[in-house]
Design a protein around this ligand. Structure first.
Ligand code: G3I
Length: 360
């Protein structure tokens, strides 16, 4: 904690500066040129854990399994560790799908990142049914976290303990059954304290999106983390999902990573994808810009102190596997990932590999 307090003055400066920049447009930096790509598989380009999202259904897709085994050293279940999949209406826990992905990770010497224990978007009926009995609700909330973490203890390197706590517009905190029943920030503190007690060796992350494009949201996120850390809430790591666009201002990712790293905690680029824009054609120019953004993410991340580099996780493998190709998004258009619909490498993959190799 001493280490953390040392950062106070610097962080106050950052938060102050961010408060100003949140009011106006971000300056564009000088764009770099695309470095000629390398064909090495991602995970061989660096010792940094390189992750991808995976679903149980993916295990039946031979090409996808091959690409995952060749390129990635860490896995995040896209759905199988979420409350909606794990707990039933009677409060019974079923870890079957999570165990299948945990076995795949272990069989292939990959780290497993747990995603996510508490999320405003998942409010199982079991908990909704307890909302009028806060005491019982709290007991079951803590029991859920405790049982989950004890079951996977030693098999999960880090957990997204609380996901997306900031309101979409960045002006405050999310409203959910968790915040309404346990308290606006208390549900977050309770979750982290239980996680630390149940698996003290797993890095306990808070995780958020939209921090690069919205300085106001990044500011709100940093202020929340600061308030919680001041109350000795055991947040162990800071996640930035990094769902970004090719049109993001050049410095936005580097500024975000610098700001989030000011807490002195591990930082996880937890869900990287780079949309070309809704309905945008995958022109050579767009794909080249996507590759440049990918290189910039890696170069900025590798500037962090090594003890703060947890992992870079891509949110999927092939474009067609992306959430951005699911309803309500366009099922045919977006190209946000490193491999195309046929599983062929894109300039983004080469740029990621070259930047990782260059930084190693
Ligand atoms: O597995 C079932 C399948 O059996 C069924 O036939 C099918 C049709 O109903 O649904 C399948 O489950 C879907 C699951 O993705 C597959 O992995 C769920 O309906 C669908 O809701 C789920 O969407 C996931 C979404 O989070 C909601 O949980 C996406 O895959 C996943 O990429 C997305 O990831 C989120 C992160 O957790 C948080 N950050 C934002 C990110 C994108 O929304």
């Amino acid at each position: 904690m001493a280490e953390f307090t040392r950062g106070w003055a610097r962080r106050e400066f950052i938060i102050g500066a961010l408060a100003c920049s949140a009011c106006g447009p971000q300056a564009d930096g000088a764009g770099g040129k695309i470095v000629a790509g390398l064909s090495v598989p991602l995970k061989e380009a660096s010792t940094l854990p390189i992750g991808t999202a995976i679903t149980a259904a993916d295990l039946a897709d031979a090409q996808l399994v091959r690409l995952i085994k060749e390129n990635f050293s860490q896995l995040t279940p896209a759905s199988e560790m979420k409350m909606g999949v794990v707990i039933n209406d009677q409060g019974k826990l079923n870890f079957g799908a999570a165990e299948r992905l945990a076995s795949f990770a272990s069989d292939n010497d990959m780290r497993l990142h747990g995603h996510t224990l508490v999320w405003y978007r998942v409010e199982p009926s079991f908990f909704l049914g307890l909302a009028d009995d806060p005491k019982k609700f709290r007991a079951e909330y803590l029991r859920y976290i405790d049982k989950f973490l004890r079951r996977f203890k030693g098999r999960v390197s880090g957990w997204d303990v609380v996901n997306e706590p900031i309101s979409a517009d960045g002006t405050g905190l999310r409203d959910s059954v968790w915040s309404r029943t346990l308290g606006k920030e208390r549900y977050i503190a309770l979750a982290f304290k239980q996680a630390a007690a149940s698996d003290p060796n797993a890095v306990a992350f808070i995780n958020e999106y939209g921090l690069e494009a919205r300085p106001a949201k990044r500011l709100a996120y940093m202020r929340l983390i600061e308030r919680l850390l001041k109350k000795d809430v055991p947040i162990g790591g800071v996640g930035t999902q990094t769902h970004i666009s090719v049109d993001l201002p050049e410095r936005a990712v580097a500024d975000t990573l610098r700001d989030l790293a000011s807490f002195g905690l591990p930082v996880h680029v937890s869900e990287l994808d780079i949309t070309l824009g809704r309905g945008a054609a995958a022109t050579a120019g767009k794909l080249k810009l996507q590759a440049r953004r990918a290189r910039q993410v890696v170069e900025a991340y590798m500037q962090l102190p090594s003890k703060q580099r947890y992992a870079i996780t891509l949110w999927g493998v092939r474009d067609r596997d992306s959430w951005l190709r699911m309803p309500p998004y366009d099922p045919d258009s977006d190209r946000p990932l490193a491999f195309d619909d046929k599983g062929q490498p894109k300039p983004m993959l080469s740029a990621l590999a070259a930047a990782l190799k260059g930084a190693s």
